[in-house]
Design a protein around this ligand. Structure first.
Ligand code: SF4
Length: 322
């Protein structure tokens, strides 16, 4: 798990863009060009090095504790700031590095086991639609928008009803909002979603030639599309390998397992980029959503028949189901 280390609280070094000069920071070499330092700072904060997965400018600057953990773990040369306590720095650094490495190993073991254990389980609705529709980016985008806070069977049925009437942005933009509402009912927030869908179709036609854009910043300009939706479209439809899609299942289970210690899905996404090896990034959503729907449910998770129980810290789990 990634936690801040209170001993390291002051520094005379500050080089990470966007940080106040009073904050401590990380250097790789004193002569490093600014562009390289930027990449190191972003990479160290757990953002993918090509920035495609975390390229929207709305995110906060890297948190210092996160930067240090990550840089240390990646084996880069790090200049640590002077500390007020002057004791225990080496121990804290070593413990943090060991902790991240150990978590990475637990993530890898759990993902291997989940991959085997979930073979007989039903796929989540969006993956099912992607499979049936040959990963059509527009249909994956629409299904993902409909799936927010909606049960999978409802998402699946509503998506298919809508696609039977309009399978492309050009066809869907011709429908009245009220017609879309009727077609997608009873998905949650169907009125808002109907408006967002129609407006999204209009923008796809006006700005992107009727195609779904392939970058995070562009996807985030579409109404009703947040990081979760954008990441899932990039992974499922566009075969992106630089993204982790964090929804409520991924956020909940990652914390229960003790992989991360976070309060929001966005924090979880950042933390997961550090504690999960890159090869697992595209799979994390599929595996944990499937597990969350079948075993590690929000209330009364069935820990007694969980394939990864021996790897789970069960943080926050008070009662279990049978
Ligand atoms: S052991 Fe329980 S809390 Fe942990 S992943 Fe399995 S079902 Fe969830």
């Amino acid at each position: 798990m990634l936690r801040s280390h209170p001993e390291e609280t002051s520094s005379s070094l500050s080089t990470i863009p966007g940080m106040a000069s009073s904050q401590p920071a990380v250097l790789v070499t004193p002569l490093m060009p600014t562009a390289v330092r930027n990449v190191v700072a972003c990479s160290a904060a757990g953002w993918p090095s090509n920035r495609s997965a975390f390229a929207d400018t709305s995110t906060d600057p890297p948190k210092l504790a996160t930067v240090r953990s990550s840089v240390s773990e990646r084996g880069l040369s790090v200049v640590y700031p002077m500390t007020r306590t002057k004791t225990g720095v080496g121990r804290a650094r070593a413990a943090r590095s060991t902790s991240v490495t150990a978590t990475r190993q637990r993530v890898a073991r759990a993902m291997h086991r989940l991959g085997l254990a979930m073979r007989a389980m039903a796929e989540p609705a969006v993956e099912k639609i992607a499979e049936e529709e040959h990963s059509d980016p527009f249909k994956v985008l629409v299904a993902t928008m409909l799936s927010a806070q909606t049960r999978d069977p409802v998402t699946f049925e509503a998506s298919n009803r809508l696609f039977a009437r309009a399978a492309t942005p050009r066809e869907m933009v011709k429908l009245r909002v009220s017609t879309i509402e009727k077609l997608i009912y009873p998905v949650s927030f169907y009125r808002h979603k109907a408006e967002h869908l129609r407006e999204t179709c209009r923008l796809l036609l006006d700005r992107y030639g009727g195609l779904v854009p392939s970058t995070m910043p562009e996807l985030l300009t579409l109404p009703g599309v947040g990081r979760k939706t954008a990441n899932l479209v990039l992974i499922v439809a566009l075969k992106g390998e630089d993204n982790i899609c964090v929804d409520t299942h991924v956020h909940r289970i990652s914390n229960r397992l003790g992989w991360v210690e976070t309060r929001t899905p966005e924090e979880t996404e950042r933390a997961l980029y550090q504690v999960a090896a890159r090869r697992w990034w595209p799979q994390i959503n599929l595996y944990l959503v499937t597990w969350g729907q079948n075993v590690c449910k929000p209330v009364y998770p069935t820990c007694g028949r969980c394939a990864i129980a021996t790897l789970c810290q069960r943080i926050g789990v008070a009662k279990v189901g049978k």
